[in-house]
Design a protein around this ligand. Sequence first.
Ligand SMILES: C[S@@+](CC[C@H](N)C(=O)[O-])C[C@H]1O[C@@H](n2cnc3c(N)ncnc32)[C@H](O)[C@@H]1O
Length: 396
Amino acid sequence: MKYEIVKMDNMGRGITYVDGLITFVPKTIVGDIVELKIVHSKKKYNEAQVINYVKRGSLYKDAICPYYNQCGGCDLMNLKYTDQLNYKKDRIKDLFLKYANTKVNPVIINKNQLGYRNKITLQINNGVIGLVDLNNQVINIKYCNIAKDSINNFIKIIKDFKVNNGKVVIRVNYNDELLIWFQTNDDLVIPDLKDFKIAGIVKNDQVVVGDNNFIDKVNDLYFKVSYNSFFQVNNLINEELFNIINNHINKGDKVLDLYCGVGTISINASLKAKEVIGIEIVKNAIIDATLNKEMNKRNNVEFLLGDVKTTINNVDKEFDTVIIDPPRSGIDQNSLNYILDKKLNKLIYIACDPSSLVRDYEKLKDLYNLKALYLLDMFPNTYHCESVCILERRSN
Ligand SMILES: C[S@@+](CC[C@H](N)C(=O)[O-])C[C@H]1O[C@@H](n2cnc3c(N)ncnc32)[C@H](O)[C@@H]1O
């Protein structure tokens, strides 16, 4: 049987109908005619994989990556870059219209399409080192097109560490230094590393070589990044994110930065604001944030350790602007109530999942005007995107 892909879902998969039931098919684009095998059959939908492409859709382009059809990583590499951006833009527009009855026209910010990732996680399974495919099997890769060059050079020698099973996280900073984190029960053999700038190698939580962190740079600010801490994966787009945020902060504002991580956005905002308070739940992140504040000589920033949900009620201050950069799940109801009760003037909401952003915006839209919406292509060739929504409180 042949099926036509009629549209795309929110996760970069094509949609067709098999006996009337909606069926999601990765690695397809609109207009593809395909033969399928159903891999999961549920009551309300199927998940399928392509066994043969009979005809490709009009927007099709060959993927640059030899692993594309197998790899579970990049979802959109079969689309021209402008079509990838259109897909992401349409997705955000549709979400705002469907769930918040609001028409939007996001400003798109994009930079490098390949070689942008400063971090990659590889699985190691019975000596095979690579990325996970659509069936959760590890596929051997020699390089990854979206990772930075120094990561790809290092991938060539991973096998020399003689790890047979586990995981390896490779990070690189602005200075091409590498920070490597193996998670494995196997013994490590440290090979000759003279061709690499190694900041550190960590096995599980134990430092084996160098240190367990390095310093990365965004614009003119420096940040300590530990082997396991959150740091945006695309430095060029992170710079743009910093610029957007500061363009929407008024000089002298008092700013509250919720979910502040290692303090990146708080410290950036402190260049413009009078005072910034950041809240974060992970203790090590707050320790790093304090160090980052000192390293960048910013004394108008303060960090609080705790769950935003409860800690927010203990902050007895007035703020002009609140920055919200939550995990994928979005903001909790208690924190939303705080924002609504305090009648805060401006919200800068940064979202890695546009569905959570729209859900939260819908609860705020009666009191706030949507001033601007940006779509930052932090993760080209994948369906993921970062968005920033600027909300201003209505005067009435
Ligand atoms: C998307 S990251 C943003 C980090 C930071 N703004 C940045 O750009 O580097 C979300 C952060 O929220 C923190 N987090 C998650 N749940 C939290 C909670 N309930 N309260 C406070 N922080 C939380 C995570 O540890 C993580 O550092």
